[in-house]
Structures are given as structure tokens and as C-alpha cells.
Design a protein around this ligand. Sequence first.
Ligand SMILES: [Zn+2]
Length: 1001
Amino acid sequence: MLAAALTALLLAQAQSAPRTVPGDTAGYWQQDVRYTIRAALDEPSGVLAAAGGIVYRNNSPDTLRAFYVHLYLNAFRPGSRWAESERREGVRRFGELPDPYHAFERLGRVSIDGASATPRYPFAPDSTVAGFDLPRPLAPGDSLVVDLEWQSRPSVIPRRQARAGRRFDFAQWYPKVVVYDRLGWQARPLYMAGEFYGEFATYDVSLDLAADQVVGATGVPVEGDPGWSGARATSSTPVTLQSDWYGDRAATGVLAQWGPAAPGRRRVRFHAEQVHDFAWTLNPDYVYEEGRFGSVVLRTLYLPQDGPTWGGGLVIERMARLLAWMDTIFGAYPWPQFTAVHRIEGGGTEFPMMVMNGGPGEGLIFHEGGHEYLYGILGNNEWKEGWLDEGFTNFQTAWNYQRRGIGGSSLATQQQILGMDLDGWSEPVATPAELFSDFGTYGRMIYTKGQLFFEMLRYVVGEDAMRRGLREYYARWKLRHVDEDAFRRAMEDVSRQDLGGFFAEWLHGTPLVDYALRDVRRQRTADGWLTRIEIERIGDGVMPVDIAVPLADTTLVVRARGIARREVVEVATAARPGRIELDPARQTMDWNYLNNREGPGREEHRLGWSARAPARRDRRVVNWLPLAWYNDVGGVTLGFQSRANYLGRFELSATQFTWPTGIGDEAVVGGGARGRPDYYLSFRNPVPGRAPRRQTELAGWWLEGRAGGRAAIEFDRSPRFGGPVRMSAGMDATVMAVTDARYLDRRRWADVNTAEVTAWGARAQEREAGAATARVEVTAGQSFWPETLPSPGWNFPATQWPTGRRLRGSAYARGLLDARREVRAGGFDLRFRAIAAGTLGGTRVPLQRRIFLGGADPYATFANPFLRSRGALFARGGVHYQAPGGLGLRGYAPVASATWGVALGAEAAWRVVERPTRRALTSVSLAAFADAALLDRAALGRGAALDAGVGIRAAHRIGPTRFVTRADFPILVARPRAAVAGAAGDGAFKFRWVWSLEEAF
Ligand SMILES: [Zn+2]
């Protein structure tokens, strides 16, 4: 057998003595692995038929009795742990992918030291790990030879590997030896969360391919033609094969032994050493470019249409810039070449000497290229300590950008993670990948919080020690397996700090940091000023805290240890210091920055749409907006509002002051309401009352003839951060009193006061094909009218209140059940809604609390100044605005109401224009709809209602605000007198129209 002959040859070359190791690598060992593979690809079936030998030398102190390989491609097929983890997340990708679209990797004949071996699959039905019992125990220092035949096929749905026509991205395509390290065999199935772990090895891979294919691969071509010369971007593009990089490999004559290729086929052999994986890619249309960074050849293989984005040296330049940066922070790149290819899938994946990227961007090249060091050369266990590659390469990318002044600020990143920390969604960064609660949490913790960990480490040890520590880490551990201990000890040795607490806190815990400036005293002394600064540690997180002490021409920064609950720092200065500030560079993840400054906290004031107001990490943002609207009572109404936020989620106060000018209000009997100012005040989520996943609100208003208040609390009860199910529940108490009945549209709102308590729950599930939502709401209410005031003309019985005071009024109740389903299919959006709503209390239910047929009830539209009062701009006759809500019978006038109703709505919209979402107009759809309801007979004189028609919708955005303009034409309305703009004598069929700035449901 060829494989046996080759493996014998390679065995003879195997290193016989373990290398000596410096520093804390004493006692470290890693196994010695050599792969010799020969494979032929059948393009039409996508199947690679391969045979190979693995020579494995046991450098561990243990005697091995078993042997394991990964068959990773078996993850991308039904029955795998991967497919199962997708199903738990509501993702349907590989679990139902049929043959011949899914991937596979099937072992054929296997022998170990010449004895036939049968695989077992310890995680069956998953087959990403195959185990073998060894025919004889493998003692320390002893070697074995495994010969295998297998077939593998990439999947048509790309995931770090793929096939598409004649394009192939071959990754994880061969039986890959499972790492045996000091913790034993690392035989872990492949899950959706988490990546790989490989033994550093020698790969000798011979490929038999269609003659016109262009190949990119780990390693260098040592025999045959990879097809680059014929694919050169220009005739002057150099092609450097580097075939002699590893010595005279071609002399082994593997291709000559294999024999000549069939007609129309070509063979090429690649060789790589000291890499823990081998990937390759094929595309007959690849364009080849080459460059250099020192002795490293840079290659890129891109698509013919990529010339302007990848070509002309653009990507090569970025690769060189990345390698230069990595060289500065770690050390020399040890391999001959670095290739970037335009792969089938978007995003990017790293392989030794090669990145497969979906785009040419600098950020992606820095992230994936950084993995050459942080995974490739410093080979961490990716599923176990993903932060050590993903967080680390995110960090180096951001660091480079920060130094170049082209971004990379971590403030927004901090905010994202603080949101999860504050809501209790964060999980320890060092959690093994598939043990995170969900994929979303895994991604945020490993990539994002992992990045912040390195930024905080740089802050703790200082930039100089950070740089020296990274170089020390690299010098000790390049081309070896690394872990948290290896990294921490390198940083500790260089910084001479005990970093155990810091690593434990940020990698194995989920701390919340909050330091407050408690007291500052400045004292004159004989030779200047002594300032005594007292800080308090409020959070459970411990970080050293920089304290900025501003002087006339400079700012002094002193550092508090941050360990004690209260700590006093004294600073002697010649001049009197200005305002003291904690953590001025915002590097401690201190979540509440509002208590970090002396004196009044700085606020940022802005003018404009509040939706555009940023959420700031370090200060409250207050957004001001002038207001103007009209109604028939106050006339033209002018005013302003302010909305504030801190961190996008706290201190969400809203203030509104408005003055009815009376201009244009002549229509009102008895004169308008000019001159009396109105207000609306609301306070949400104050910092002091913070609790995870809880929101609170207190609001009060004196507004267009109504006074009231509201207290509300809301809980996010979602089972997981990453979805797909979101659940919430809440309660609120609302009082609404009428102070000036002239503002009321008496067809919708009676001159009666109410006090209500509502409890609600909601559930939303995002599915592949569209969302499903449900909401239930129960309200208990009391209407009242003080007996001392004139009767509102409403027939109420008297009620004895506990205070002994007699009020006119009545108890009532409301209930609502609303379920919706959205289905996206091709260019169609299908929407369905079912609603059941009703009241208890019969005719004593105040008019404004009945169930409205045509849309939202008056309390729901009270928040909208264009709908709130009589004669408001959208509430006027002839405007035909439809506010979604109520029973949703959009063809009926907004004044029609019932005591109960059960309604169904359906809408099909066909997207005729679709444009990128960043454009102002993103889509235009044509729609058909039908709404039907059963309701109490008294409402319309008949127990049923129905409308149907066609419509048109346009989706837009203005800045960050997305909205829809909707026009519906309910051509058919049963009980046409109650229809929108209905009149006596109307027929069921008639041209009618309504419009809205919201979807119908
Ligand atoms: Zn990555």
C-alpha cells in the first residue's frame, strides 16, 4: 500500500527527542502526528475519495489503549449533535438537509499497525468522533501507524466548508487525530457553538483534480501544478511556489509513485509542517495575486468579478499590514506563506496559513488573519477556551485600529456587554462553548466580552507590560498548545503582578463593577494642596481604579486598588485640583458612570428626533424636540419635549410641556382652551431601583382635558438570552380623569373617570419563516364621578367607597387575547391575527373602555397627539386614519364599539419592490386582506361584521426609525352604515379608503 510505504518513510524521519522547553513550558509535551493523504475529487457528486496514513508518536507519559479521530464533516447532516443544537435554537439547517445536499465523512477500510480496526462512535448517532481500540498498548515514546480509506463530501449549505457547482471549500475533510493532552483525549463532538482543536502535525496531501482547477491550500506545493500561473491577475503577477521550503520534498516522488493522472485530470501535492489543520479550496475561475511580507509569500485567490475589491494588491496590502502588526506584538510568522481566498460562505474562517473569507474588508482580514497567531501558532482548544482565540483576535484588531486612529473604541462594545451583565444574561467567558445557554450568549461572551477581558488586562498591567507579556507568551508557546494558565503565567512573569484574582473574576465569574466617588476634600498645605479622595466599591467586581486629578496644565492620574468597600487616596499637588473623576478612560467596565464625577454629572444635550439620540456609556443624554400639533379645542398647540437616557436603558425620563395657543379653535362652543399649559412627565428605570430584566415607570399628566397617572412594572421572563422565545409580563395601575370634556370626541369617550389595574403577559417566538406572538391582558376597573360635581349625564349607580365618601360609578372588567402569526414565503408576507376581547359590566362600562371595532381604543390613542383629542389632525373627519388595535376591522369607523367580539384577520402582501435596508424606501408591497368578527348584537344591530379589500404598503426609514405607510381599500364592508365614512343608503361594495403609519397587525 502506498500509505504504508510513505508512513514508513516518514517514521524514519520522525524526531526522536522532545524539544527542550524554556520557562513554564517545563514538562510540556505534545504528540507527534504525520498525515500522508492522497485524494481524488469527483466534481459532479462532490465526493472526495481518499486514502491516507497517520503516523502517531506518543510523547505523553501515559500508555494509550485507544485512538480517536474526528470526522467533522458528519456534523453537517441530520442526526448530528450539531443538528440537535440547531434544533434547540429554532434553527433548521442541517437537521433536515437531505442527501445529496448534506455533508458526510465515511470511513472505509481501517487498519492500525496492519491489523484491521473497526470504529466505534461514542456519541452516536453523532459520528463526528470515531474511536478505535488499539491492537497493543502504545507506551510512552512508542509509535503506531493507522491506514485509512474514506470518502467525504462538503454540504451545499455552507458552514466553514461548502460546495457550490465547481467551487469547493474543503475544511475538516479528513479523519483528524483527536488531541491527547495532559487532560487526556479531547474527543468532543462538533456543536454549533465552538470550533476545533488539533495536534500540530506534518501534512503531505496529494490531490487528483480536474485539470482546469485552481487550488489554494495550507502548506506549499511540492509536486505538480496548483494552477496559479494560468490564473494570474496580470501577466506580470509573480508566482512563487516555495517548493523547496521544507527541503527537497519532491524527491520523495509521491506523484510519480501514484502514476499518471487520467485524461482531463491533474495532480498536485502540498506539504505543510507544524500546523494543526489542513484546508484547501478549488475554483477553476480563481484569479491569483501574490505579494510578500519578508520571507512570507502572501497569496490571494479571488473571483473574476472581485478585481476592484480584492485585486490590484488591495487584499495583499491588508494581509501584509496584518502580518507586520502581529510581528510587532508577538514575533515572527513561522510558516512559508499566508493565503486569503474568497470562499462560498459569507463571514470568515481561519485555517493554518489560510483564511477563507466572504469579503475583502480590512477588519475581516485582521480578525481572521490574527487567528494565524491566535489559534494557528498558539494552538488553543477552541471549544473549551474560545476567548483565547476569538476574544484575543478581536482585541488585537481593535488595538490596531485604536493605534491607527481609525476606530476600535470599545465603548459601544462595553455597553452591549454591560446590558447582558445587568440583566444577568452573562455567563463566564471561560465556559466550554456548547455549555453556554445558547448560541447568542456564546458569541457575545467569547468574542465580545473576551475582547474586553484583554482590554482590561492591558489597563491593569499597563501597555508596556502587555506588549512584553505577549512577546513572552509567544516565545514560550509558539507552535504549541496553550491555555489560560500558559497565558496568565507569561503575563504574571512579565508584569510581576498576581493576576489570579483578575483572571478568575473576568473569565470564571460575571462581576458587576461600580465605583462611586464619595467625598473629596481639598486642604491647603505649606507647599500646596492635599486632596483626600474617598471612593466606594458598590459592585461585586474588583478593579484598580484610575482617578483623574485635573490641574491647570495637566491631569494627574493616580490609581486606587479598588479592593476595599471604602478607600481613601491622598494626592499632594502644588496647585488646587479641579473636579475629580473616576476611571476617566472608561476601562474598568464600571457600569454606572453617573456616580464617577465630582459635582453635577455632565450631561449631553441635543436637539432633534429622540430616536436618533445616542446611548452613552459615560453620561446622560437629553434630547430636546420642539412640538406642534392641532386640535379643535386648544387650536394650534406648541411646546417641547425632552427625553433622557443613560446607557440606553436607565433614567429614561420624558418631559413634555405644551401650550394651546387657541389659534384656529373658533369652532369650539364656549371658546377654546388657550393659555393653560399642559404637561406630561414620565420616569422610567431609575438607576437606584435597578433589577435584572425589570422595567419600572411612573408617569403623570395634565393634558388636553384629561389628568391622570400611571405606575407600571414589567418583567422580561424570556427563558434564554439568545431566543428564539421572548416572554414578558407586567402590571400597571392607571387613573384617567376628565378635566375638560370639550376635548373629548363624545362618540368615543364619555365624561367619566376611571381607575384601572391591568395584568398582562406576552410571548413572541421568532421562527425561520416568521414570528408568532401572543398576548393576554386582564383589567379590573372602577368608573367614578364625585357626587359633589354635576352629573356627567351618565346613568351610574352610587357606590359606597371605603372612605365613606359616596361616589357615582361602577366596577367593570376587560379582557383581551391576541395571537398573531407572520409567515414569509418567497416574496410574500402572510399575516394572521385572532383576537378575543370583551368587557364585563354591560352598559355601565364607560364608552372609552368598550371594545372598538375599527382600531385602537381611546386610551391606546391617548399617547398620540394626532389622535388624542377632538379635531386632532388624524382624528378629523375625512382623514380616515386607521390606528391598529381593537378588533382590527379596518373597514369600520373608529367610533363603532361593542361589549365583546371575536375577530380574525388575514393579510397577504406581495413585495413588488425590495431594496437594501439602509435606503430610505426599502420595499413596496401590494396586499389583499379580509377581517371578520362575531360580536354582541347591540353593536351593529347584527352579530357579525366583515370587511375585505386590497391595499398598498411602503416600508421606509428616516435615520434609525423604521415605519410603514399603509393604504387600505376596504371595498367590501358588511353593515356599510358603520363603515369608515359610512352613510345611510351605502351598499356593501363601495370605494373606501383608510391609511396608517403602522401595519394593520
Ligand atoms: Zn474568529
